[in-house]
Design a protein around this ligand. Structure first.
Ligand SMILES: C[S@@+](CC[C@H](N)C(=O)[O-])C[C@H]1O[C@@H](n2cnc3c(N)ncnc32)[C@H](O)[C@@H]1O
Length: 229
Protein backbone atom coordinates (compact mmCIF):
# COMPACT_ATOMS: atom_id res chain seq x y z
CA UNK A 1 0.00 0.00 0.00
CA UNK A 2 1.18 3.52 -0.79
CA UNK A 3 2.23 5.15 2.49
CA UNK A 4 0.02 8.20 1.84
CA UNK A 5 -3.08 5.97 1.73
CA UNK A 6 -2.06 4.42 5.02
CA UNK A 7 -1.59 7.86 6.57
CA UNK A 8 -5.05 8.92 5.33
CA UNK A 9 -6.58 5.72 6.71
CA UNK A 10 -4.82 6.05 10.06
CA UNK A 11 -5.99 9.63 10.61
CA UNK A 12 -9.52 8.57 9.59
CA UNK A 13 -9.71 11.18 6.82
CA UNK A 14 -13.26 11.71 5.52
CA UNK A 15 -15.24 13.99 3.26
CA UNK A 16 -16.06 16.72 5.79
CA UNK A 17 -12.38 17.14 6.79
CA UNK A 18 -10.09 20.01 5.94
CA UNK A 19 -6.55 18.65 5.95
CA UNK A 20 -3.25 20.55 5.81
CA UNK A 21 -0.44 18.85 3.85
CA UNK A 22 2.77 20.49 5.08
CA UNK A 23 5.75 20.27 2.68
CA UNK A 24 3.37 19.14 -0.06
CA UNK A 25 6.00 19.19 -2.82
CA UNK A 26 4.16 18.97 -6.14
CA UNK A 27 0.94 17.95 -4.41
CA UNK A 28 0.95 14.17 -4.91
CA UNK A 29 -0.24 13.40 -1.37
CA UNK A 30 -2.80 16.24 -1.38
CA UNK A 31 -4.41 14.91 -4.56
CA UNK A 32 -4.34 11.30 -3.37
CA UNK A 33 -6.02 12.16 -0.05
CA UNK A 34 -8.75 14.23 -1.71
CA UNK A 35 -9.41 11.53 -4.31
CA UNK A 36 -9.36 8.55 -1.93
CA UNK A 37 -11.05 10.05 1.12
CA UNK A 38 -13.10 12.94 -0.33
CA UNK A 39 -11.56 15.47 2.07
CA UNK A 40 -10.52 19.01 1.16
CA UNK A 41 -6.77 19.50 1.33
CA UNK A 42 -4.62 22.61 1.56
CA UNK A 43 -1.10 21.80 0.42
CA UNK A 44 1.63 24.11 1.68
CA UNK A 45 5.28 24.21 0.68
CA UNK A 46 8.13 26.57 1.49
CA UNK A 47 8.95 26.59 -2.21
CA UNK A 48 6.52 28.76 -4.18
CA UNK A 49 7.69 26.95 -7.34
CA UNK A 50 6.45 23.66 -5.81
CA UNK A 51 3.16 25.22 -4.73
CA UNK A 52 2.66 26.60 -8.27
CA UNK A 53 3.56 23.27 -9.86
CA UNK A 54 1.19 21.45 -7.48
CA UNK A 55 -1.62 23.78 -8.54
CA UNK A 56 -0.94 23.21 -12.26
CA UNK A 57 -0.93 19.42 -11.77
CA UNK A 58 -4.23 19.55 -9.88
CA UNK A 59 -6.38 21.15 -12.60
CA UNK A 60 -9.93 19.87 -12.36
CA UNK A 61 -9.66 18.90 -8.67
CA UNK A 62 -11.51 21.60 -6.75
CA UNK A 63 -10.97 19.91 -3.38
CA UNK A 64 -7.28 20.82 -3.29
CA UNK A 65 -5.62 24.23 -3.04
CA UNK A 66 -2.00 25.23 -2.53
CA UNK A 67 -0.05 28.01 -0.90
CA UNK A 68 3.55 28.90 -0.24
CA UNK A 69 4.44 28.90 3.46
CA UNK A 70 6.95 27.78 6.04
CA UNK A 71 6.10 24.94 8.44
CA UNK A 72 7.90 26.86 11.21
CA UNK A 73 5.30 29.67 10.96
CA UNK A 74 2.20 28.38 9.19
CA UNK A 75 0.18 31.20 7.55
CA UNK A 76 -3.17 30.01 8.97
CA UNK A 77 -5.22 30.96 12.00
CA UNK A 78 -5.48 28.84 15.17
CA UNK A 79 -7.65 25.69 15.07
CA UNK A 80 -8.37 25.85 11.35
CA UNK A 81 -7.72 22.21 10.31
CA UNK A 82 -9.25 18.84 11.20
CA UNK A 83 -6.04 17.05 10.34
CA UNK A 84 -2.49 17.56 9.15
CA UNK A 85 -0.15 15.30 7.21
CA UNK A 86 3.57 15.46 6.60
CA UNK A 87 5.31 13.00 4.33
CA UNK A 88 9.09 12.93 4.54
CA UNK A 89 9.02 16.47 5.85
CA UNK A 90 9.47 16.76 9.63
CA UNK A 91 12.81 14.91 9.46
CA UNK A 92 14.11 17.65 7.16
CA UNK A 93 13.14 20.57 9.44
CA UNK A 94 15.78 22.60 11.27
CA UNK A 95 13.55 23.22 14.28
CA UNK A 96 11.23 20.23 14.66
CA UNK A 97 9.87 21.45 17.99
CA UNK A 98 8.77 24.84 16.58
CA UNK A 99 7.15 23.06 13.63
CA UNK A 100 5.29 20.59 15.90
CA UNK A 101 4.02 23.51 18.04
CA UNK A 102 2.76 25.21 14.89
CA UNK A 103 0.93 22.03 13.88
CA UNK A 104 -0.74 21.88 17.31
CA UNK A 105 -1.73 25.54 16.97
CA UNK A 106 -3.45 25.21 13.57
CA UNK A 107 -5.23 21.93 14.43
CA UNK A 108 -8.67 21.91 16.03
CA UNK A 109 -9.05 20.16 19.39
CA UNK A 110 -8.50 16.43 18.85
CA UNK A 111 -7.27 17.20 15.33
CA UNK A 112 -5.29 14.28 13.89
CA UNK A 113 -1.68 14.36 12.80
CA UNK A 114 -0.34 11.71 10.40
CA UNK A 115 3.23 11.49 9.23
CA UNK A 116 5.24 9.11 7.14
CA UNK A 117 8.92 9.56 7.65
CA UNK A 118 12.24 7.82 8.08
CA UNK A 119 13.00 6.41 11.51
CA UNK A 120 16.50 5.56 12.69
CA UNK A 121 16.87 3.29 15.72
CA UNK A 122 20.36 3.40 17.25
CA UNK A 123 23.50 3.54 15.16
CA UNK A 124 23.61 3.52 11.38
CA UNK A 125 26.75 3.86 9.24
CA UNK A 126 27.85 7.50 8.94
CA UNK A 127 27.72 7.21 5.13
CA UNK A 128 23.95 6.85 5.37
CA UNK A 129 23.77 10.34 6.90
CA UNK A 130 25.59 11.80 3.88
CA UNK A 131 24.05 14.63 1.79
CA UNK A 132 23.39 12.18 -1.06
CA UNK A 133 21.06 10.17 1.16
CA UNK A 134 19.44 13.38 2.46
CA UNK A 135 17.09 13.22 -0.52
CA UNK A 136 15.59 10.20 1.26
CA UNK A 137 15.17 12.08 4.55
CA UNK A 138 17.71 10.04 6.51
CA UNK A 139 19.95 12.97 7.54
CA UNK A 140 17.69 14.49 10.21
CA UNK A 141 15.65 11.38 11.02
CA UNK A 142 14.83 10.62 14.68
CA UNK A 143 14.05 7.39 16.51
CA UNK A 144 10.42 6.47 17.21
CA UNK A 145 10.83 7.35 20.91
CA UNK A 146 12.34 10.74 19.99
CA UNK A 147 9.34 11.46 17.73
CA UNK A 148 7.03 10.40 20.52
CA UNK A 149 8.80 12.68 23.03
CA UNK A 150 8.76 15.59 20.59
CA UNK A 151 5.01 15.26 19.94
CA UNK A 152 4.10 14.72 23.59
CA UNK A 153 6.02 17.87 24.56
CA UNK A 154 4.31 20.03 21.94
CA UNK A 155 0.62 19.40 22.64
CA UNK A 156 -0.08 15.97 21.16
CA UNK A 157 -1.14 12.58 22.50
CA UNK A 158 0.96 9.99 20.70
CA UNK A 159 -1.24 7.27 19.20
CA UNK A 160 1.34 4.98 17.67
CA UNK A 161 3.99 4.15 15.13
CA UNK A 162 3.66 1.58 12.37
CA UNK A 163 6.99 0.51 10.92
CA UNK A 164 6.84 -0.17 7.19
CA UNK A 165 9.75 -2.54 6.72
CA UNK A 166 8.51 -4.26 3.56
CA UNK A 167 7.61 -0.92 1.91
CA UNK A 168 11.15 0.28 2.67
CA UNK A 169 12.73 -2.88 1.23
CA UNK A 170 10.51 -2.59 -1.88
CA UNK A 171 11.59 1.03 -2.30
CA UNK A 172 15.29 0.09 -2.06
CA UNK A 173 14.71 -2.71 -4.57
CA UNK A 174 13.20 -0.20 -7.02
CA UNK A 175 16.32 1.95 -6.72
CA UNK A 176 18.54 -1.12 -7.16
CA UNK A 177 16.73 -1.93 -10.43
CA UNK A 178 17.14 1.65 -11.66
CA UNK A 179 20.84 1.45 -10.81
CA UNK A 180 21.10 -1.80 -12.79
CA UNK A 181 19.50 -0.13 -15.83
CA UNK A 182 21.83 2.88 -15.45
CA UNK A 183 24.87 0.54 -15.42
CA UNK A 184 23.62 -1.21 -18.59
CA UNK A 185 23.11 2.14 -20.37
CA UNK A 186 26.58 3.31 -19.34
CA UNK A 187 27.95 -0.03 -20.60
CA UNK A 188 26.48 0.53 -24.09
CA UNK A 189 27.43 4.27 -24.08
CA UNK A 190 23.83 5.48 -24.04
CA UNK A 191 24.35 7.31 -20.76
CA UNK A 192 27.37 9.18 -19.43
CA UNK A 193 27.87 8.63 -15.71
CA UNK A 194 30.96 8.03 -13.62
CA UNK A 195 31.03 4.31 -12.81
CA UNK A 196 32.66 5.13 -9.43
CA UNK A 197 29.56 7.18 -8.55
CA UNK A 198 27.35 4.24 -9.49
CA UNK A 199 29.50 1.94 -7.33
CA UNK A 200 29.13 4.37 -4.43
CA UNK A 201 25.34 4.43 -4.79
CA UNK A 202 25.40 0.63 -4.90
CA UNK A 203 27.38 0.55 -1.66
CA UNK A 204 24.94 2.96 0.04
CA UNK A 205 22.05 0.78 -1.10
CA UNK A 206 23.65 -2.33 0.41
CA UNK A 207 24.31 -0.50 3.70
CA UNK A 208 20.73 0.79 3.77
CA UNK A 209 19.28 -2.67 3.06
CA UNK A 210 21.34 -4.21 5.85
CA UNK A 211 20.18 -1.50 8.30
CA UNK A 212 16.53 -2.00 7.26
CA UNK A 213 16.78 -5.77 7.71
CA UNK A 214 18.21 -5.20 11.20
CA UNK A 215 15.35 -2.79 12.04
CA UNK A 216 17.71 0.17 12.48
CA UNK A 217 16.32 2.15 9.53
CA UNK A 218 13.04 2.38 7.67
CA UNK A 219 9.90 4.26 6.78
CA UNK A 220 7.17 4.45 9.37
CA UNK A 221 3.73 5.96 9.78
CA UNK A 222 3.34 8.01 12.98
CA UNK A 223 -0.03 9.08 14.33
CA UNK A 224 -0.84 11.61 17.06
CA UNK A 225 -3.88 13.57 18.18
CA UNK A 226 -3.94 17.14 19.45
CA UNK A 227 -4.35 16.85 23.17
CA UNK A 228 -7.41 18.77 24.30
CA UNK A 229 -6.09 19.17 27.93
C1 LIG B 1 11.24 15.24 0.74
S1 LIG B 1 10.12 16.43 0.09
C2 LIG B 1 8.54 15.64 0.37
C3 LIG B 1 7.48 16.16 -0.55
C4 LIG B 1 6.11 15.52 -0.38
N1 LIG B 1 5.62 15.59 0.98
C5 LIG B 1 6.15 14.08 -0.85
O1 LIG B 1 6.11 13.17 -0.02
O2 LIG B 1 6.22 13.86 -2.08
C6 LIG B 1 10.13 17.69 1.37
C7 LIG B 1 9.28 18.89 1.00
O3 LIG B 1 9.23 19.76 2.13
C8 LIG B 1 9.37 21.10 1.67
N2 LIG B 1 9.89 21.88 2.81
C9 LIG B 1 11.15 21.90 3.28
N3 LIG B 1 11.24 22.75 4.32
C10 LIG B 1 10.01 23.28 4.51
C11 LIG B 1 9.47 24.20 5.41
N4 LIG B 1 10.22 24.79 6.35
N5 LIG B 1 8.15 24.50 5.33
C12 LIG B 1 7.37 23.94 4.38
N6 LIG B 1 7.84 23.04 3.46
C13 LIG B 1 9.14 22.72 3.53
C14 LIG B 1 10.32 21.00 0.49
O4 LIG B 1 10.22 22.13 -0.36
C15 LIG B 1 9.85 19.69 -0.16
O5 LIG B 1 8.83 19.94 -1.11
Amino acid sequence: MVLSSRVGQQIGAHDSDLILDVGCGVGTTSRLLSEQFGCRVVGMDVSSANAGDALRRSKGNDRVSFLAGDGHGIPASDKSFDGAVLECVLSTFQDKRAAARELARVLKERGRLGMSDVIVEGEIPEELRSPLVDAFCVGGALSSSEYRGLLEQTGFRFVGVEKRKQDTLDFLEQIRRQLFVARMLVGVHKLVLDSQDLDYVGRLLSLAKEAVKEDRLGYAVLIAVKDGQ
